[in-house]
Design a protein around this ligand. Structure first.
Ligand SMILES: [Fe+2]
Ligand SMILES: [Fe+2]
Length: 288
């Protein structure tokens, strides 16, 4: 599918238009729960709480330990009772077994929307785009494409992932955009990990598309012992939702809950005739 195609939506078809405008979208976000085969049933009830607490479940990668099909089936079992839409990106652990194609089939069969393939519009107001991201470092210490072919290939992957994020965000037509990553887009949310491994935890080339597209919020994982809250240079809120960190910070037992308000409709967006009726009403604001 090209980057200009219509993003996938909740109903799997064209974007739907809600008759009742929601006041907010409630997001439940978590990464790095690293399911192994012995974890069957461990998170099932905790994930099911999202049905009451959220409108969408966001998975920020490292769903498994080694990315085997057996582990990915365990993940689907843990998600079996979740009724709200699920969007996901992979983490580095999900690539370890070299079974990403099979993993994707398993997750798609469960109905998980993989953002690395295409973005997802929850409704006409809020859309999600994302990618795994990659390493590379931060600020003036970012690794540059110079020297050995291996170094250039490494930096090329960093740049490809940033482009993937950009294309996903560009395809969203919703006014509110949410980004999902595995690697960190800012140094701020990796602080707490050993300083020597900062460059392996993310890169801030990922932050530029977040700022340029005015993303409302970004979630990532990977830095299990990093910092929960940060922001991009342009002020986009960034949350490290690694499961271990959420528990350590007592943010949530299974996921972080984040709510984005949806602004009231402008008169032109209201139902046909409503704007004219509002203008005609003696009690309408500004009519004095
Ligand atoms: Fe992880
Ligand atoms: Fe990771």
């Amino acid at each position: 599918m090209t980057d200009t195609a219509t993003p996938r939506t909740w109903n799997g078809d064209r974007r739907r238009t809600d008759r009742r405008r929601p006041r907010a979208v409630r997001i439940a976000a978590v990464g790095d729960f690293h399911c192994g085969e012995e974890d069957a049933g461990r998170y099932r009830d905790l994930f099911a709480r999202a049905n009451d607490e959220a409108d969408v479940l966001v998975l920020a990668g490292d769903l498994t330990r080694r990315g085997t099909p057996a582990e990915m089936r365990v993940v689907c079992g843990e998600l079996a009772d979740v009724k709200v839409p699920i969007v996901a990106v992979y983490g580095n652990h999900d690539h370890e077994a070299g079974e990403i194609a099979t993993a994707s089939s398993i997750l798609r069969e469960r109905g998980v929307h993989l953002l690395e393939t295409e973005p997802f519009e929850l409704n006409e107001h809020v859309g999600f785009a994302g990618c795994k991201g990659f390493m590379g470092g931060f600020g003036r210490w970012t690794l540059t494409s110079f020297g050995e072919a291996a170094t250039k290939a490494f930096v090329a992957v960093t740049l490809e992932e940033a482009q993937r994020l950009e294309f996903g965000l560009r395809r969203l037509s919703t006014p509110i955009r949410v980004a999902v990553l595995h690697y960190a887009p800012t140094l701020e949310t990796v602080v707490g990990e050993p300083e020597q491994i900062f460059p392996f935890l993310g890169n801030d080339r990922l932050a530029e598309p977040l700022d340029r597209f005015g993303v409302s919020v970004a979630f990532h994982g990977h830095a299990h012992h990093g910092t929960f809250r940060g922001h991009t240079p342009g002020g986009v809120p960034v949350f490290n939702v690694s499961h271990a960190l959420l528990r350590q910070e007592k943010v949530g037992e299974m996921y972080f809950r984040y709510e984005i308000p949806i602004p009231p409709a402008k008169p032109a967006e209201q139902a046909p005739g409503a704007a004219a009726a509002a203008r005609a009403s003696p009690s309408a604001p500004g009519s004095a």
